[in-house]
Design a protein around this ligand. Sequence first.
Ligand code: 5AD
Ligand code: FES
Length: 352
Amino acid sequence: MKELIDQLYKNTVLTKEEYTQLITDHTAEDSEYLFSLARKIRHEYYGNDVYIRGLIEFTNYCKNDCLYCGIRKSNKNADRYRLTKDEILECCQSGYELGFRTFVLQGGEDPYYTDEIIIDIIQNIKDRYPDCALTLSVGEREHDSYQAFFDAGADRYLLRHETANNEHYGRLHPHNLSLIHRKQCLYDLKAIGYQVGCGFMVGSPYQTAENLAEDILFIKELQPHMVGIGPFIAQHDTPFANQPNGTLEQTLFMLGLLRLTVPYALLPSTTALGTIHPMGREKGILAGANVVMPNLSPVSVRKKYMLYDNKICTGDEAAECRYCMQKRMEAIGYHIAVSRGDAKSIRNEIII
Ligand code: 5AD
Ligand code: FES
């Protein structure tokens, strides 16, 4: 497999069959080799810096019913909450004081937050913190809404594609949702001028190695600025309650493949990775990731944003997570950067 990894390192792309073979047949030694190359590239682009984003989970209402997700609308056991504009601004203030220069507003697809309300929140945040980047992660909306949010000052948008295979998409989502629309949203966001993040779960139910290869090839085509991946983790109140979780090993391997395929990309080492292994986030960084996203949500609501079981950091204040993360990154030789942490565009690899 080393030859294939070398080939990927050199050409930044493989065929679907080659990716599938790597994903299926690699050994532990192959993984270590992949990670060493992934770190090398990561260091060329980003040095030892780890970028931080302050995540504000501002609503756990959701009109959708994704089969894997703990805040799906049919989960009657979810204790629903919404943050007010002032509560969101307080999260930003404490985040700013802790050195965050990117805020990520993430929520379920909650129609309570009309375009007008979102625009007002965006304008307030950008007025107060003009040196910060603002990322939205509020799901699928109309092109004109995305445009209006961008015009109001939003810089980035995260919308995981979840899986690039149509049939697989249909097994993870109810019939009213479609992969084609989700992809269209991503292309619209990019055309509008957002820095865009897509992504997927590793080890989601029914996923095959070939599906993962398709995810990578879709990402190669989209050329997003960021790719968020993490293991699937069963949530006990969903139809997938009894499905096996994604593994640490496979998630790390996918991170390594992504670093070699989209070398410039921002790759977060996610909370889900930290949930399946106590050193998951450190291992993610050592497999090629370069971003962490500590939580800035008020502690009072954290346990309610339970997309999956056993989520970490739900009892910790923002400051605790911030300094915990700093210690963790320094322990493995990395350094948390106080900056917006934009994607690099070196060589001719990026991006409309
Ligand atoms: N396990 C892991 N990740 C999940 N997400 C939603 N539910 C789960 C789960 N059970 C991820 C999805 C979504 C992101 C916000 O969280 O990929 O896009
Ligand atoms: Fe939250 Fe360590 S990052 S407690």
